[in-house]
Design a protein around this ligand. Structure first.
Ligand code: HMG
Ligand code: MG
Length: 323
C-alpha cells in the first residue's frame, strides 16, 4: 500500500437524495450537509445543476449553493462542496450564483474559519444506452458537452471531477462493459482537464475479478491510480470486497453515501451507494485513516433514514449505535 490515508467523497446529499420521489424540504437537505461537515469528511456532494425536468429533487441546488457560500457550516477543517453539472447551462447557472453572492472560488481559510471550496463534477458513461437514458446524447456528444464546462471551470479556478458511470455493468447492456472503453473515456476526461475521475459501478454488478481487470486496464492505459476514485453501489453486496481490491491497487479516493442512501432511476433495482459508515468501518479495520468519525456518521445515517421514512441501509452504522 502506497499510503494509509483515504479521502472519502460523501455523495449522500446529491446521489443519495436525487431519486427520492417526495420533495425533501430544503431545511432537511441543509441540516444533512451541516451535520456531515462535522464528521471529518472533506468532500461533500451538495447538489446538481441539472435540468429540474429530469431530476426534480435537485431543483433547490442554487439555494443550497448560496447558503453554503454565504454561511458555510462550522467545521474545523476545509471542505469542498461538489455540484454535478451536465451542460454549459448548468455551469453558467452555478457561476451566476457565485456572482450574485459575490464570492468567486473559495472563501480563504484561516485557523478560525477553514476554507470552503467549490468543486464540480461532469459526468458521462461507458455505454451508449445508459448515456442516452441519463443525458439524452451519445458518449461522444457528452464528451463534447463536457469540454466547455471544464474550460469555464478552469477560468474560475474550480476543481473538476469526472464521472464514468456503468463502468462495471449496465442496466441495458449487462455486466460485460468494456474496460478499454472505460479507460478511453477516463483518459479523455483527464486530458480535458479533469482533476480526478470517479469510476462508477452504478448497477453494483462489479465483482472482485471484474474490478481488478478494470483497474489493470486503467493502469495499462497509463492512468495513475492517484487520478482515480471508485464509486460503488452495493446492490449485490460486493461494494466492500471491491473496495479492498481498489485499495490493494493503490486507489485512495472512494465515494459513499451516509445511510447507504440512493439508487438510480435508469438502473432498475439498483440500491444505494455503499454506506459511508460501512466504508469507514472497513477502511479503519485494515489500518487506513479517513479522518471520519464513525459514531457521528452513524447518527446521521439513522437520522436521515428516519426523515426519509427509509430503513437505514448501513450495517456498521446500526451496529455502532447499538454498542
Ligand atoms: P435534454 O432534455 O436533452 O436537454 O436534457 P434540453 O437542452 O432540450 O433541455 C430540456 C429542458 O431542460 C429545457 O427547458 C432546458 O432549458 C432545461 P425548456 O426549454 O423545456 O423549458 N435545462 C436545464 N435546466 C436547468 N439546468 C440545466 C439545464 N439543462 C437544460 N443544466 C440534460 C439534457 C443533460 C439537461 C438532461 O438529460 C439532464 O439534466 N440530465 C441529468 C440527469 C441526472 O442528473 N442524472 C443523475 C446524475 S448521474 C448519476 O447519478 C451517476 C453518478 O452518481 C455515478 C454513478 O453512480 O453512476 C454520477
Ligand atoms: Mg451513484
Amino acid at each position: 500500500l502506497t499510503s494509509d490515508h483515504v479521502r472519502i467523497v460523501e455523495v449522500g446529499p446529491r446521489d443519495g437524495l436525487q431519486n427520492e420521489k417526495k420533495s425533501i424540504p430544503l431545511k432537511t437537505k441543509l441540516e444533512l450537509i451541516d451535520r456531515l461537515a462535522n464528521t471529518g469528511v472533506t468532500t461533500i456532494e451538495a447538489g446538481s445543476f441539472v435540468s429540474p425536468k429530469w431530476v426534480p429533487q435537485m431543483e433547490s441546488t442554487a439555494d443550497i449553493f448560496e447558503r453554503l457560500l454565504q454561511s458555510p457550516p462550522q467545521s474545523n477543517h476545509a471542505i469542498a462542496y461538489n455540484y454535478l453539472v451536465p451542460n454549459i447551462k448548468g455551469m453558467e447557472n452555478l457561476v451566476k450564483v457565485m456572482g450574485d453572492v459575490g464570492i468567486s472560488t473559495e472563501t480563504l481559510g484561516s485557523p478560525s474559519k477553514p476554507a470552503t471550496i467549490t468543486e464540480i463534477s461532469v459526468f458521462t458513461a461507458a455505454t451508449e444506452s445508459f448515456t442516452k437514458a441519463n443525458t439524452n446524447c451519445t458518449i461522444g456528444e457528452s464528451l463534447e458537452r463536457i469540454k466547455p464546462i471544464v474550460e469555464l471551470a478552469k477560468t474560475k479556478n474550480i476543481r473538476v471531477r469526472g464521472y464514468v458511470s456503468v463502468a462495471l455493468g449496465c442496466p441495458y447492456e449487462g455486466p460485460d462493459v468494456s474496460p478499454s472503453k472505460v479507460a478511453e473515456i477516463t483518459a479523455s476526461l483527464l486530458e480535458m482537464g479533469a482533476d480526478e475521475v470517479s469510476v462508477a459501478d452504478t448497477t453494483g454488478m462489479g465483482t472482485a475479478p471484474s474490478t481488478l481487470k478494470l483497474l489493470q486496464t486503467l493502469r495499462a492505459a497509463g492512468i495513475a491510480s492517484t487520478d482515480i476514485a471508485l464509486h460503488f453501489h452495493d446492490t449485490y453486496g460486493q461494494a466492500l470486497v471491491n473496495t479492498i481490491v481498489g485499495l490493494e491497487h493503490g486507489i485512495r479516493i472512494f465515494d459513499s453515501s451516509v445511510g447507504g442512501l440512493g439508487g438510480c432511476p435508469y438502473s432498475k433495482g439498483a440500491t444505494g451507494n455503499v454506506s459511508t459508515e460501512d466504508l469507514v468501518h472497513t477502511l479503519h479495520s485494515v489500518g487506513m485513516h479517513t479522518g471520519v468519525n464513525l459514531e457521528e456518521m452513524s447518527k446521521i445515517g439513522s437520522w436521515i433514514s428516519g426523515e426519509l421514512g427509509r430503513v437505514n441501509q448501513s450495517r456498521a452504522g446500526k451496529a455502532t449505535l447499538a454498542r
